[in-house]
Design a protein around this ligand. Sequence first.
Ligand code: SAM
Length: 224
Amino acid sequence: MGSKNKLKRFKENETFENVIQPTREEVITGFQYKGKWHSFFGNNKPIVLELGCGKGEYAIALAQKNPDKNFIGIDIKGARFWRGAKTAIENKMDNVAFVRTQIELIDFIFAENEVDEIWITFPDPQIKYKRTKHRLTNSEFLKKYHKILNSEGCVNLKTDSEFMHGYTLGLLHGEGHEVLHANHDVYKNVYSPKEVIETQTFYEKQYLEQGKPITYIKFRIRPF
Ligand SMILES: C[S@@+](CC[C@H](N)C(=O)[O-])C[C@H]1O[C@@H](n2cnc3c(N)ncnc32)[C@H](O)[C@@H]1O
């Protein structure tokens, strides 16, 4: 994407009512919607997150199918989620929002128990050892997710990366979390939940074209 196009999207994002772009300072000194997301949406519907949402395909698709829930896509790259935000506006969807922030700050964005479910769609596996701290299913991230999820809340991980799949499964078993579903090839498994096979993200479509199997884990994090 050219820099002109990016600038145009950044400008448009600033005018979108479904986009929130707080500074780091605003987030860590008392984020305005922490514990008050229901006032943002104007209702008490359950809140579902898509982390590292990119263009926000999952947030949009799930929001269209589940008008009884609110969906929030989170990514640091505003030019990407511009697509999802624009689609939501064009389709008059009032149950989707996008927040431009670092996932590391998630527990400043949401209060304890405020979130019902998390989707992590095709995260960068961060294979190098030095990058472990950026891997979105490492123990530190799980602690943060556990903090904001309610007691029944689950995490869904969809990835093309065997490494990410194996790493996450190993960690979940090692730390005693509850694996509700694990699947090595969602499009070949008759037990794949429909929300896993009905929507393909931008990255997923590329992996499918390369003939890569797509894996899925659904889990519940035990108290730390
Ligand atoms: C490989 S892309 C996947 C995008 C989308 N989920 C998809 O499947 O098409 C990973 C996305 O996660 C975002 N991301 C990675 N680490 C992040 C972090 N720590 N905080 C916020 N966004 C992050 C990147 O900006 C990128 O858009």
